[in-house]
Design a protein around this ligand. Structure first.
Ligand SMILES: [Fe+2]
Ligand SMILES: [Fe+2]
Length: 346
């Protein structure tokens, strides 16, 4: 059976508790079969499209993940956008403008992906502003110096790209395809951050080198947290892996990140702020200290340094631009009237 043939099976959403008991039993067997077929399809690498039948839980999990991802892109513009007017050269300003604009585009792609699953962008934004939706904890830390712009590119975008490259293979087609372009742009973000730090460290003053090291000291642990809690505490991971929504576990990705960054830090000349960081030839990995997971839960619980400020920015942007949404809705309604043959429609 193919995924398209699933649509010939009874849909769970049309079942009613008032069904005849005998029919309910038959349908239960078929429904079980329908979900089994779906699970087998994704387990064998099948790609799910918006028009396909999918279990409600799969849809809800995806909407949650994709909208959190979209929110992270939008909120993620804020720490660096503060530095647009203070960039030290025209070249750096152009690079930073391009990067921040890329992040806005990533947010738009991802909200569109969520819309293919039946979500409404306005509802998703409201959930973000009301504090009901999550976004990456890393964006609740302040960017205090110009070096933070380079560090965010190197560490934060570096962490993001590791996760996002795996999502190019995720089971939901629109999400996977959106990630291909996003990853190309994230690659540029990571490289510009690395290059900014490399040049400043090699050509700058002692004060600039200290500024870079201080920046890395502050962003290292929040970057490790970007992969989410340890696998043992990650409630949604097992099911997301089974459905092919998630390809690698939080701990696997975190280890890959540490391995990559530990090597790159030597090229720049900076020190990773972890005295336990050590290469282990047996495992083929760097041993490292876990971040403070209590701090992580505080930050995702809304009690980080910048949570209120970030959401206030998003709320202000929504309110300031409400007139655009109103105009768009009125225009859409007029088009609907026109299509329906409204004689009063000019
Ligand atoms: Fe992005
Ligand atoms: Fe990025």
């Amino acid at each position: 059976m193919t995924i398209n043939q699933l649509s010939n099976l009874p849909n769970k959403s049309v079942m009613s508790p008032l069904d005849e008991p005998s029919m309910a039993n038959v349908s239960d067997i078929q429904i079980q079969s329908k979900e089994d077929v779906f699970d087998a399809y994704v387990a064998h690498g099948g790609r799910v499209e918006a028009s396909h039948w999918m279990p409600d839980a799969y849809r809800k999990t995806l909407i949650r993940q994709v909208s959190q991802h979209a929110h992270s892109e939008i909120v993620g513009m804020l720490p660096e956008a503060n530095w647009l007017i203070s960039a030290p050269s025209l070249e750096r300003k152009q690079i930073l403008i391009a990067k921040v604009q890329d992040e806005a585009g990533h947010g738009l792609y991802l909200y569109s992906v969520a819309e293919t699953l039946g979500a409404k962008r306005k509802d998703l934004t409201d959930a973000l502003i009301d504090g009901r939706a999550k976004y990456s904890s890393v964006f609740n830390y302040p960017s205090l110096t110009w070096a933070d712009v380079g560090t965010i590119g190197w560490l934060v975008d570096g962490a993001a790209i590791l996760n996002q490259v795996t999502l190019c293979e995720t089971s939901y087609g629109p999400y996977a395809r959106a990630m291909i372009r996003i990853c190309r742009e994230e690659s540029f973000h990571q490289r510009q951050g690395f290059e900014a730090l490399y040049r400043m460290f090699a050509e700058g003053t002692d004060a600039q080198r200290s500024m870079i090291q201080d920046s890395i000291n502050r962003w290292w642990a929040p970057s490790l947290m970007m992969f989410g809690p340890p696998d043992t505490d990650s409630n949604n991971s097992a099911q997301s892996m089974k459905w092919g929504i998630k390809i690698k576990t939080n701990d696997t990705l975190r280890q890959e990140f540490v391995n990559t960054i530990a090597k790159q830090s030597r090229i720049i000349g900076v020190t990773i702020p972890d005295p336990s960081l050590k290469w282990c030839p047996v495992s083929g990995n760097y041993v490292f200290t876990q971040p403070d997971w209590e701090e992580f839960y505080e930050v995702i619980g809304g009690r980080g340094m910048c949570n209120q400020d970030r959401l206030e920015n998003i709320r202000r942007a929504r309110d300031d631009n409400e007139w655009v949404m109103d105009a768009a809705e009125k225009y859409e309604a007029q088009q609907g009237n026109y299509a329906a043959g409204d004689p009063n429609h000019a």
